[in-house]
Design a protein around this ligand. Structure first.
Ligand code: ZN
Length: 240
């Protein structure tokens, strides 16, 4: 099976469309998403309907649950909060129900999905260090796990010790378990502004992180036109 891992879209329709055009060249069987379909960007409903039409397996991001009223806004900084409240006013009730229905974790064969961590997905902590990864790998009961949340593409693998890699082509055949962040479609934060997503081939046990340029000018213009915080438009240019 070949999976496309499309995460942290964050209401960025331009980035999502560019990624899906690239996905079309990748012979994909199934779509996976580790959440944060909405929040920050100006096209929440368009991104939701486009993603849902792909019949993906999706887990809840903190922005998804906050928009749906399942997570307190106290967990967010001021501009994230503003975007969440703005998003709420632009979704129809069926979309809100769908966001509320998303689970914290999901399993697809030998793959686990979680937005934040495996060891405490409800806390929405960032999985950034080898120690964070160790805690999640301890409880992970599948060979591979995809996470999102940090918007930084990175792989943590366990083979006795936990190591991490920023490689964009990752061979998992030799490692016992691995946690992979395939990056963010709609708001990359690793200094590269191009949209990021993953292709996982479960037969070859191989992940490729793909970067796709998209129309940042249009996405950031829409954020400003919507009256959302200026920083949310500016950061897209810097991939931060
Ligand atoms: Zn996110």
């Amino acid at each position: 099976m070949r999976y496309a891992v499309i995460s942290d879209i964050h209401s960025n329709s331009e980035a999502l469309e560019a990624v899906l055009a690239d996905v079309a060249t990748q012979d994909i069987d199934k779509y996976l998403s580790t959440g944060d379909v909405v929040g920050y960007g100006a096209d929440p409903e368009a991104c939701l309907s486009r993603l849902r039409a792909l019949d993906p397996v999706v887990v809840a991001g903190n922005h998804d649950w906050a928009v749906a009223g399942r997570l307190s806004l106290d967990f967010f900084n001021a501009y994230a909060r503003e975007a969440i409240e703005w998003t709420r006013g632009r979704l129809d009730s069926e979309s809100v129900r769908w966001l509320a229905s998303l689970p914290l974790t999901a399993k697809v064969g030998e793959i686990t999905l979680a937005h934040a961590t495996v060891h405490g997905p409800e806390n929405f902590d960032y999985l950034l260090t080898a120690y964070d990864a160790h805690l999640s790998l301890e409880v992970l009961d599948t060979a591979v796990c995809f996470v999102g949340h940090s918007h930084v593409p990175v792989t943590f693998s366990q083979n006795g010790t936990v190591t991490f890699s920023f490689a964009t082509e990752i061979d998992l055949a030799g490692c016992a378990k691995a946690i992979v962040n395939a990056g963010s479609v709609g708001q990359p934060r690793d200094g590269n502004p191009h949209a990021s997503y993953g292709v996982y081939d479960s037969d070859e046990r191989r992940v490729v992180v793909r970067r796709v340029p998209y129309d940042i000018a249009s996405a950031s213009r829409k954020i400003l036109a919507a009256g959302l915080p200026q920083i949310l438009a500016e950061r897209l240019w810097h991939g931060k």
